[in-house]
Design a protein around this ligand. Structure first.
Ligand code: ATP
Ligand code: MG
Length: 426
């Protein structure tokens, strides 16, 4: 892939580069934005690598936030957005999770500690020069994710790079270069040492950005990453749980064994890749629920938020669909599942590859604002107390009975009618 003469760099990024260069510090655009621009993909998240030390960067710019002081990264706020300015560094010590870094490095050294060749291309936004010591442009053209340097060593320095390789391969539908892939297979047990938060961010980001979700799953499965962090992806969605670790433990055997069904489960998604990719909501909680046998266990393990876990729980609790597509059946179901109705509708659509018959009915019910919860009843507990109903469990039962009435027939949701029913009439 020949480099274009110039890239169209946003003005605020140019301004940051000018300030740094005017103060005598080299400043280069690096990382994802350069990669994506060369691929013709949108990305406005510019990373700037500079010879200036973090404290010098902080002095030069008025609006700064130290985002990773430890890593030498300072976010510079411009009128438009934040841009990360990272000091050239080399890793002096790594433990698979973090690195101790040293400044005073050259651009070439800084590129050498980056993960993949396609992420190690630098462009000088003022002089229009390119630096690509690891031939990232050739790998972009050949559509390959290739580690910079000795692959196995690079994964042992930071096991997260394994998951990043899977994510980039699925996002761009790139292959993984054979030696890089072999190193992934050997290093994969080290994933166990990562923090749940970093793994979650990668899994979620992967689901959001993969051009092909089935490809992302296949990579997590065949690499063995799923065995370490998402064994629920391996289990078939049936009532008989399959062992999550095959007796041989070999990824190749697994590919033809227990994991065979997963691509089928994801088959509905395959129809949504490419041109129709936009039709799959890139919602990681929903997709995790779709793809994993026990999504709550997954989300708890990945330290997802309580709200995310509760959302998955509501989807699992169901029931997954109304008893029929009639308006009363759909209202009863919506009253039972609450806020999960829309999620369950999307899940059904993804599982069956078709729109469920109740979807338009559900939309009509929402549009008409028909009552589905106690709070929407035309009477309150207070009204009922005034009408002589004692507070306590009986009150709750009565409210439920009234709600059941109005769910079946919204025209009954009127104060007088409900009080009449509460007094034992009707
Ligand atoms: P995205 O589009 O997901 O932001 P990105 O390549 O910009 O992709 P970032 O996490 O924003 O990824 O990191 C910016 C750059 O920093 C990467 O392109 C890469 O050069 C380098 N980098 C990030 N994480 C690592 C890592 N774990 N090991 C080595 N280099 C890394
Ligand atoms: Mg980025």
């Amino acid at each position: 892939m020949p480099f274009p003469d110039r890239l169209d760099i946003p003005e605020d990024v140019l301004e940051i580069a000018r300030v740094l260069e005017d103060a005598g510090h080299a400043a280069w655009c690096v990382g994802g934005a350069i990669r994506d621009t060369l691929l013709g993909e949108p990305n406005s998240d510019y990373d700037i690598a500079t010879a200036a030390r973090p404290d010098e960067v902080q002095r030069l710019f008025r609006h700064v936030v130290a985002v990773g002081e430890r890593f030498g990264t300072v976010a510079v706020r411009t009128r438009r957005r934040h841009h990360e300015v990272t000091t050239f560094r080399r890793d002096v010590q790594t433990d698979g999770r973090h690195a101790v870094v040293e400044y005073g490095a050259t651009l070439e050294e800084d590129l050498a500690r980056r993960d993949f060749t396609i992420n190690a291309i630098a462009y000088h936004p003022l002089r229009y020069e390119w630096r690509d010591p690891f031939h990232g442009a050739a790998d972009l053209a050949g559509r390959l994710v290739r580690a910079v340097g000795e692959p196995e060593q690079r994964f042992r320095e930071d096991y997260l790079r394994i998951l990043r390789a899977l994510r980039f391969a699925a996002r761009f539908e790139f292959g993984i270069e054979p030696e890089t892939w072999a190193a992934i297979l050997r290093a994969v047990p080290g994933l166990a040492r990562l923090s749940a938060e970093r793994v979650r961010d990668e899994w979620f980001k992967g689901l959001r950005t993969a051009r092909s979700i089935p490809r992302l799953l296949e990579l997590w499965l065949t690499s063995g990453a799923a065995r370490v962090w998402l064994p629920e992806l391996l289990a078939e969605q049936s009532t008989t749980p399959t062992p999550s670790v095959s007796p041989t433990g070999s990824p190749l055997v697994r590919r033809h064994g227990t994991v065979g069904r997963l691509p089928e489960r994801a088959a509905a998604l395959e129809g949504f890749t490419g041109a129709r990719a936009g039709e799959v909501p890139r919602d990681p909680v929903l997709l995790t629920t779709l793809l994993c046998l026990d999504p709550m266990a997954v989300l708890v393990r990945l330290k997802a938020s309580n709200a995310e876990i509760a959302r998955a729980a509501a989807m699992v609790t169901g029931p997954p669909e109304p008893a029929g597509n009639g308006v009363v059946e759909v209202r009863r179901w919506m009253a039972a599942v609450g806020d999960a109705a829309e999620d369950l509708t999307v899940l059904w659509r993804l599982r069956h590859g078709a729109q469920p018959g109740w979807e338009p009915v559900l939309k009509g019910i929402r549009e008409r604002g028909e009552p589905l919860t106690r709070r929407q009843l035309a009477v309150t507990g207070e009204d009922l107390r005034e009408a002589g109903v004692p507070a306590g469990p009986a009150m709750g039962l009565l409210l439920d009975r009234l709600l059941a009435l109005v769910v079946d027939d919204p025209s009954l949701n009127d104060r007088e009618t409900l009080l009449h029913h509460a007094r034992g009439g009707g």
